[in-house]
Design a protein around this ligand. Structure first.
Ligand code: SF4
Length: 223
């Protein structure tokens, strides 16, 4: 089966298992940007705790921007790497204010997707995954975020070549599937990576995709 056809079949089967992204609740674009910066290199629980602590102490982004760095660093400590993430968050908020005169990302709606992506990745600490999450989930733009689960699962399945970098995977997967399925495909690949196609000891025998999977056929599992 060629990759495009296989990808659509994978999507169809994952929809049967996990549904059409029932769990996702969208945030405002700027809220999602900060939330996603906090989520880097940590789990959802620690990210959510850090985000809640920050919003409780400083309810507006203007207050977060103008707060002492030490206070922001302390509040987001549960998310880890707080001495890196805190200055990046404040720097992003200052840059948005300086360039746009207001603290929101609504101006991105007026840009073509590639220009909006370039603007976001121009912020320190914002890579292709973070940018794509903001673009896809809060602005409805055609961008496909690739996290560690999606990177692993799509390489194992053979949807992208085994040595593809995570950065390159964004480009290849965006071209492989139609934008109308980006949201559900993204969320369901993550579910599959968490529950079945885990980094260690994937559940190949019970996997609904096993007959489509290159890694299983070849006995070589990318982690
Ligand atoms: S068959 Fe195994 S390696 Fe392939 S997608 Fe399923 S769990 Fe992952």
């Amino acid at each position: 089966m060629e990759p495009r056809e296989k990808a659509l079949e994978v999507h169809r089967r994952l929809l049967e298992i996990y549904g059409d992204c029932p769990k996702y609740v969208p945030k405002a674009p700027l809220d999602e940007l900060i939330n996603t910066i906090l989520s880097q290199n940590t789990n959802d629980r620690n990210r959510d705790l850090a985000y809640a602590r920050l919003r409780e102490r400083f309810p507006t982004w203007e207050a977060v921007r103008d707060a002492p760095l030490a206070a922001v660093t302390d509040l987001i400590r549960p998310a880890g790497l707080s001495t890196t993430k805190a200055p990046r968050i404040q720097e992003a908020l200052r840059r948005i204010t300086a360039e746009r005169g207001a603290l929101n990302l609504d101006f991105l709606r007026q840009m073509p997707v590639d220009e909006a992506r370039r603007w976001l990745t121009g912020l320190k600490g914002v890579g292709p995954k973070t940018a794509a999450i903001v673009l896809l989930f809060t602005l409805g733009m055609p961008a496909f975020p690739v996290d560690t689960h999606i990177h692993r699962v799509t390489r194992r399945l053979g949807l992208i070549p085994p040595r593809t970098s995570r950065e390159k995977a964004h480009e290849l997967l965006e071209a492989l599937v139609p934008p109308r399925i980006y949201r559900a495909f993204h969320l369901n690949l993550i579910e599959h990576g968490r529950h079945t196609c885990r980094a260690r000891r994937p559940q190949c025998e019970s996997c609904a995709l096993r007959d489509l999977c290159d890694a299983r056929a070849e006995g070589v599992l990318a982690v």
